[in-house]
Design a protein around this ligand. Structure first.
Ligand SMILES: [Ca+2]
Length: 199
């Protein structure tokens, strides 16, 4: 009973704070090698490079469309990444939705690169929604890209609200018109399920 109570207390705290809990579960790249990434077009390989077109299965506000395109000269995996050119406003890059099991632990990550050290952070989010489309969980992590190399942002999440059924990855790019930003391999993996007492 004490164990169940402890789980409930930790669960309530994390839901309230809406934070990730990497300190509880230490996840490495090896933990996802036999798992399936659930984010569609996570490597930004699907789209029309010749038309400098937007990648399939990702969304952005219509007025920001022209600042974003696929790039086949800079990529971390495959043959392309997404390039955000000299953004003079904040841009939210939103994935297609995917199914969430609220009793599972998820590992999410993306890789980012910029021309030089940034003063404003780029933020990776995992949002969970219920069947009505209401956001019921929000997890995030900030990162300051720099040094003209690919860097990883990642976090582990769990203890979702029981009503959570779908999720989306969102990448917030800062307004910094002196920078180009590249993003590749924006992924999420379902790792483990929690066991719950049936009493
Ligand atoms: Ca790629």
């Amino acid at each position: 009973m004490k164990k169940i109570l402890l789980i409930l207390i930790v669960s309530s705290s994390l839901m309230f704070l809406g934070c990730a809990f990497g300190s509880i579960f230490n996840i490495s790249d090896n933990d996802v090698t036999d798992k399936s990434n659930i984010v569609l077009n996570s490597s930004f390989e699907e789209g029309d490079i010749d038309m400098e077109h937007f990648p399939f299965n990702w969304h952005v506000l219509e007025e920001q469309y022209d600042m974003i395109r696929l790039d086949n000269t800079n990529f971390r995996s495959g043959n392309s990444s997404i390039l955000i050119q000299n953004p003079d406003q904040k841009i939210a890059l939103v994935s297609e939705s995917f199914t969430i099991d609220p009793t599972s632990v998820y590992y999410s990550r993306c890789f980012v690169k910029s021309d030089s050290q940034t003063k404003k952070p780029l933020t990776l989010y995992l949002f969970a929604f219920n069947d009505n489309g209401d956001r019921v969980n929000s997890y995030s992590k900030e990162f300051y890209p720099g040094d003209d190399c690919w860097s990883k942002i990642d976090f582990v999440t769990g203890f979702f609200q029981s009503s959570a059924t779908t999720g989306r990855i969102v990448i917030n790019i800062p307004d910094d018109s002196e920078q180009n930003f590249w993003i590749d391999d924006a992924e999420s993996y379902q790792l483990h399920r929690f066991a719950f007492s049936q009493e």
